[in-house]
Design a binder for this molecule. Structure first.
Ligand code: 5RP
Length: 228
């Protein structure tokens, strides 16, 4: 199976998960990236079940709207007290205890915000993303542009090799620094440490609040793992 076929199979499994677990009339949180795109395409068949969807990026918003799925502002969902029981998104790396690195598509901050509101984070990946230890994939950090030099110095002190992502501006008007070569022994601690560096908006470690469910595509089918 190609990687795209694996992504398509897990997107189908995520739709089946949503059909089985999302109460009628709820809002769904939708992530960003190529796996999320396959999911959005498959979700079109379920659009009448949803009150609407909250998008984690401008690209996801455009794709949802192209399928006629109503996109809602997160602030409206929260202030109207609407339920958003599920958030579906991909990851760049994920461990067996469902801590992740995200942000390869530069949408990490909005992804973390939408995920924080959702009841459950359902991660959709092909098996190449499952790792013993996080950090082979360079850790994305969203940074206020005027602070990029000082933040890169602080990140280098943590033992990584920070590189400014070329030609990349986030949906929030910021830059991305990718930190290579980090040995991430304690993802929760590192997530907090990096978030405390002045000028950092957020970082791509999703460990303090990881996934609750992992749908993992393998050539022999989609496996479901739950956080212990
Ligand atoms: C975007 C993300 C994506 O979820 C992550 O990069 C995985 O993407 P893909 O499904 O294309 O491999 O975090 O910011």
């Amino acid at each position: 199976m190609t990687q795209d076929e694996l992504k398509q199979s897990v997107a189908g499994a995520a739709c089946a998960y949503v059909a089985a677990h999302l109460p009628q009339g709820s809002v769904l949180g939708v992530g960003t990236g190529s796996t999320a795109n396959f999911f959005i395409d498959a979700l079109a068949a379920l659009k009448d079940r949803l009150v609407g969807a909250v998008a984690s990026s401008e690209a996801t918003k455009v794709r949802l709207e192209k399928h006629g799925i109503r996109v809602m502002e997160l602030n409206d969902v929260v202030s109207q007290g609407l339920a958003m029981p599920i958030y579906v998104d991909g990851a760049d790396e994920i461990t067996r205890d469902l801590a992740m690195i995200k942000g390869g598509g530069a949408a990490l901050t909005r992804e973390k915000i939408v995920a924080a509101v959702a009841g459950e984070f359902v991660c959709v990946c092909d098996e190449s993303k499952l790792v013993e230890r996080l950090g082979k994939f360079p850790l994305p950090v969203e940074v206020i542009p005027m602070a990029s030099a000082q933040v890169m110095q602080a990140l280098a002190k943590l033992g990584g090799e920070p590189k400014l992502r070329a030609n990349c501006m986030t949906d929030n008007g910021n830059v991305i620094v990718d930190v290579h070569g980090l040995a991430i022994a304690d993802p929760v601690q590192l997530e907090e440490t990096i978030n405390h560096v002045t000028g950092v908006v957020t970082n791509g470690l999703f460990a303090r609040r990881g996934a609750d469910v992992l749908l993992l595509a393998t050539p022999s089918g989609v496996r479901e793992l739950r956080r212990a």
